[in-house]
Design a protein around this ligand. Structure first.
Ligand code: MG
Length: 105
């Protein structure tokens, strides 16, 4: 699945409501919030911080999904095609970091 498909699904979902997209700073705050939820889950699963007995359990995959959804909202609201820029990022890593790590035989 390309990000174009993700962005389209998010756009269709958002545009069924009169409110539409939030402002970029509001979406950014949500993105930071959702990223914090990923960090919290990783800290619980792999770090020293254990959940309180009263805390609801969450799934790391669900939290990553929330980050992707919110990132798609941000990109859509600003007319950014993530696939286009992701391709540029991969090209950058492929060139700049091609000798940085030991390749598998
Ligand atoms: Mg979340």
């Amino acid at each position: 699945m390309s990000m174009r498909s993700v962005q389209k699904q998010v756009d269709e979902w958002v545009n069924q409501y009169t409110e539409g997209y939030s402002k970029p700073l509001e979406i950014l705050a949500r993105l930071v919030e959702e990223t914090g939820e990923v960090a919290r889950e990783i800290n619980h699963q792999f770090g020293p911080k254990k959940k309180k007995s009263t805390e609801k359990s969450s799934n790391l995959g669900d939290e990553i999904g929330d980050v992707i959804f919110t990132l798609a909202c941000l990109a859509n609201s600003l007319g950014i095609d993530i696939d286009k820029y992701f391709a540029r990022v991969m090209k950058k890593y492929s060139q700049r970091d091609k000798n940085r790590f030991k390749k598998k035989p």
